[in-house]
Design a protein around this ligand. Sequence first.
Ligand code: 13P
Ligand code: SF4
Length: 334
Amino acid sequence: MNRLAVQGKDYIHDPLYSRVKGVIPEIEWSVFAPKINEINRIKRDMNAVILGHNYMTPEIYHCVSDIVGDSLALAKHAANTKADIIVMAGVHFMAETAKLINPEKKVLIPDLKAGCSLAESITGKDVQLIKEKYPDTPVVTYVNTSADVKAESDICCTSGNAKEIIESLGVKRVIMLPDEYLAQNIAKETDVEVVTWAGKCEVHEKFTPEDIRNFRLNHPGVVVLAHPECSPEVIDEADFSGSTAGMSNFVGENMPQKVVLVTECSMSDNVSAQYPSLDFVKPCNLCPHMKRITLDNILNSLINLEHEVTIDSKIEARARLSVDRMLNGWKPLN
Ligand code: 13P
Ligand code: SF4
């Protein structure tokens, strides 16, 4: 059998393959292509939209996602979509955020176990106790949290807007939860005092300043971009720090000939597929939660309408308010 023609179909000349051919070998593509075609067909028939985070693998990111981006972009698009069904190709807190913004829509997550070490580091009860310790101090909560935690918070933020959100409150001190490193990195950029919590991203905490020095030693001239969930010591060694979208935009705007993205593995594959002329050094720290999302479970999600994300009605309104304040500005609780 001609390896390019599986089941009598010439998948290799599928225009979608040209988007990923730098990062997906032909043999793998011939397995992915029928599933991709099926997902895209069902999605259109059902008026569904797939929101794909920057950490999805390239076949999901480039070939079935309708909207791609960082947590902030996905939340904004979730707020504007006309689709009846939203499939979150990302982790659970992202699907919950989409559901909070779209209570009337069906929001699906292909694998309910796609969690996040930051979201797991804190509960709503913890937030209540911190508020008792620091009365009259607003709680700014990273979107990487459960709806329960958002409900106890005053406003949400992402790594893409954290400084702006904190400074918009016009206060001298905020509590910023749960990512200690993100909070410390933002504290260095603002005069607002930032009270932190000890949450960590299990992917970004693995990078060390020594890793960065070694990238520079082994790849002279490399430009180092790092996610602000890395430690302040790592960020100090980097040339630029920004959200996943911030890093991707930096590459597009500056076209560094040799670049390393100090973040989750798939991000480099996705950006390098977009800019094949650039040389990407690819350190690999996988997010096991993001990697739970596959073409197979996206297909299952569409066919069986699984797994529907629901929010406890007791916390829903307060959690929504925190996300809404992030997207649309401060509003009093009424
Ligand atoms: P971004 O908002 O930068 O996409 O980050 C989300 C995330 O989970 C990073 O680990
Ligand atoms: Fe959570 Fe880190 Fe995975 Fe992002 S990369 S989902 S912050 S564990």
